[in-house]
Design a protein around this ligand. Structure first.
Ligand SMILES: *Cc1c(COP(=O)(O)O)cnc(C)c1O
Length: 366
């Protein structure tokens, strides 16, 4: 069977270093808010190219804390609007509504699957405070046009970088392109922990300080509580594991790009729409998304032939039961993507022979 993602093999590929890192923490007797967090936060900020990285419990919390910090800082207040791509993973939207803010869904570009810059201005109202772009599938969603719109309208630019660790825009990392970025270290992400983890990156000292306090009971000093916070910390074992995986991230992403190149060059079946890659640096292929009108049939055919695939995502956020206030929206581009998208297996440990087998099967599909 060709797995969608063989996590056991991914971990094993850095097994000795990971075991050494975990043992170091186990033996240290210090499991939270210690040297490992300090070192990982410094290394990750250096890698992304921001002044600050603040670890937290998961990617959803990272996004929640950015918006909550802006509320605490008086930059936005409940009822204000945040523009967000309509085809994102639900967590992006959850972070907005969790803070009493209003998500304003903007359609993606069908060619790139990223928020369509040309449709953003029409969605701006006097209540808009931020644009939250999502580097979906591992592809950079930022464009100079989006940067200009934010400046012109005085909006915060927030990046959801949960799927795009290591992605570049003109030599700068995603996660450093806006005012703040949320990162997820969910095990299946390009930079994945052995459990949950997340981080916020920013150059804004006040934002970094506020996020750090919010994720630690709202505490600015031991037993002094400035905010109604929560316990949302990154633990030392995960920070140590992430330190190891960060050292291998560029090499792991390079292998993903190689596999994506093999798929793009190898898949010739005219029923398949392949992802467009305008700039090789601007995509780290967290996901390799293809589209076809007979998506469910193709998924079953591949499964019958031993290939695991996943749909990202089967139901768009505005059709989810949890958001009745969004059900009235008509978002045909998003709906088309959700009806046609299929994600092929891709990971740093996927062998050439498996890629070739998937290509062969898809080309034989009628
Ligand atoms: C994974 C993901 C998140 C949430 O990250 P968790 O660590 O799972 O909480 C947020 N946004 C996007 C786009 C994601 O893919």
């Amino acid at each position: 069977m060709i797995k969608f993602l063989d996590l056991e093999k991914v971990t094993a590929s850095h097994g000795d270093e990971i075991r050494e890192a975990v043992s170091r923490v186990v033996n240290s007797g210090w499991y939270l808010q210690g040297k490992e967090n300090e070192k990982f936060e410094k290394d990750y900020a250096d890698y992304i190219g921001t002044s600050y990285a603040v670890g937290c419990a998961n990617g959803l919390d990272a996004l929640i804390w950015i918006l909550r910090a802006y509320v605490e800082m008086g930059v936005m207040k409940p009822g204000d609007e945040v523009i967000v791509p309509a085809n994102t993973y639900i967590a992006t939207i959850l972070a907005i509504t969790e803070n009493g803010l209003v998500p304003v869904l903007v359609e993606p570009d069908i060619a790139t699957y990223q928020i369509d810059p040309a449709r953003i201005e029409a969605a701006i109202t006097p209540r808009t405070r931020a644009i939250m772009i999502v580097h979906l599938y591992g592809q950079c969603a930022y464009t100079d046009e989006i940067g200009c719109i934010c400046k012109e309208h005085g909006l915060k630019l927030i990046e959801d970088n949960a799927q795009a660790h290591g992605c570049l825009f003109n030599g700068r990392r995603t996660g450093s392109l806006g005012d703040a970025a949320g990162h997820s270290f969910y095990p299946g992400k390009n930079l994945g922990a052995l459990g949950d983890g997340g981080a916020v990156t920013t150059d804004d000292e006040e934002l970094a300080r506020t996020v750090r306090a919010l994720a630690n009971y709202g505490s600015t000093r031991k037993y002094v509580f400035k905010y109604v916070g929560r316990n949302s910390r990154l633990d030392e074992i995960q920070a140590a594991v992430l330190g190891v995986k960060l050292r291998h991230l560029d090499a792991d992403n390079a292998r993903r790009k190689q596999i994506a190149r093999m798929y793009v060059d190898g898949i010739t079946n005219p029923a398949i729409i392949l992802p467009q890659i305008p700039d090789a640096d601007a995509h780290v292929f967290h996901i390799f998304p293809i589209r076809t009108e007979r998506r469910d049939e193709l998924q079953k055919y591949l499964a019958d032939n031993g290939v695991q695939t996943i749909i990202h995502y089967p139901i768009p956020p505005h059709r989810q039961e949890c958001y009745p206030q969004l059900h009235h929206l008509s978002l045909p581009v998003s709906e088309q993507i959700h009806a046609q998208e299929l994600s092929l297996p891709i990971s740093p440990v996927m062998p050439d022979a498996e890629v070739a087998a998937v290509i062969r099967l898809i080309n034989q599909w009628k």
